[in-house]
Design a protein around this ligand. Structure first.
Ligand code: FPP
Length: 238
């Protein structure tokens, strides 16, 4: 028998704020980094499940521009998890996954930047699912980045400012070429956007679940999709 999300149409693009790793670890008397480790495993499970049910794009918030304020050992642990994921990117390439990274890469360690470039290059032609990892990402900074790119073209006389429109601004975001998310999921009980995809989530449906990210299962994803399918998306119409 098909489950609910298989019977109705699944969202094309799901955005996820992977929240609650620290609380999950604390509840178990473990160091915070154990929560991130479990969170990284769940991320892979959920991406695999999304691909299985026909979601075409997943964007997950892995590290924000504000997360540098965390203790150095926690920042290092998250970067190490990303390193391990990237070193195994060949696994994703074989599964027809296209990998994209959203955010400013320049402050990242040179080896991480090189691994990102390699993963993006080797997976660019894949058509199964596009997995976007927001890394050193901030929504406001992303809009500034796009505005600056357009301003530079205008200053060089290559672009008439009067021609700048929403499409052009969107194309110059880190997510250029990727359709906007239909559904944004934030687990852990927090009900904030935290500077995530400010432009792209303009018309997304938001689903907040009480489960902590390291406990998040495909059944929770089904529940979020079920709530999404009950919503009536009007995009400003009636
Ligand atoms: C938020 O939970 C989580 C993060 C800031 C880090 C998320 C990173 C990962 C899951 C690992 C990424 C790795 C890959 C391969 C994508 P929190 O620490 O703020 O939780 P809390 O609110 O309970 O303290």
């Amino acid at each position: 028998m098909q489950n609910q999300s298989e019977m109705l149409s699944v969202p094309q693009h799901i955005a996820i704020i992977m929240d609650g790793n620290g609380r999950w670890a604390k509840q178990r008397g473990l160091p915070r980094n154990a929560g991130h480790r479990q969170g990284a495993k769940v991320f892979e499970t959920i991406c695999d499940y999304c691909q299985k049910i026909g979601v075409k794009y997943v964007t997950a918030y892995a590290f924000s521009t504000e997360n540098w304020k965390r203790p150095q050992n926690e920042v290092d642990a998250i970067m190490d998890l990303l390193r391990s994921y990237l070193k195994e990117a060949a696994k994703q390439v074989k599964r027809n996954v296209c990998l994209r990274f959203l955010g400013d890469r320049t402050p990242l360690a040179p080896d991480v930047q090189a691994l990102i470039e390699q993963a993006e290059r080797e997976s660019a032609a894949n058509t199964g699912i596009t997995v976007c990892i927001a890394l050193n990402y901030g929504g406001r900074a992303e809009i500034v980045h796009s505005a600056r790119a357009l301003a530079e073209k205008a200053a060089k006389g290559q672009l008439d400012p009067a021609r700048i429109d929403e499409g052009m601004l969107a194309e110059n975001l880190y997510s250029g070429g990727i359709p906007d998310p239909d559904l944004m999921i934030r687990p852990s009980g927090e009900k904030r956007l935290s500077n995530f995809l400010l432009w792209q989530l303009a018309y997304a449906e938001f689903v907040f679940l009480d489960v902590l990210w390291p406990d998040f299962t495909p059944a929770d994803l089904d529940e979020a999709i079920r709530q999404f399918q009950l919503r009536n998306r009007r995009f400003g119409g009636i």
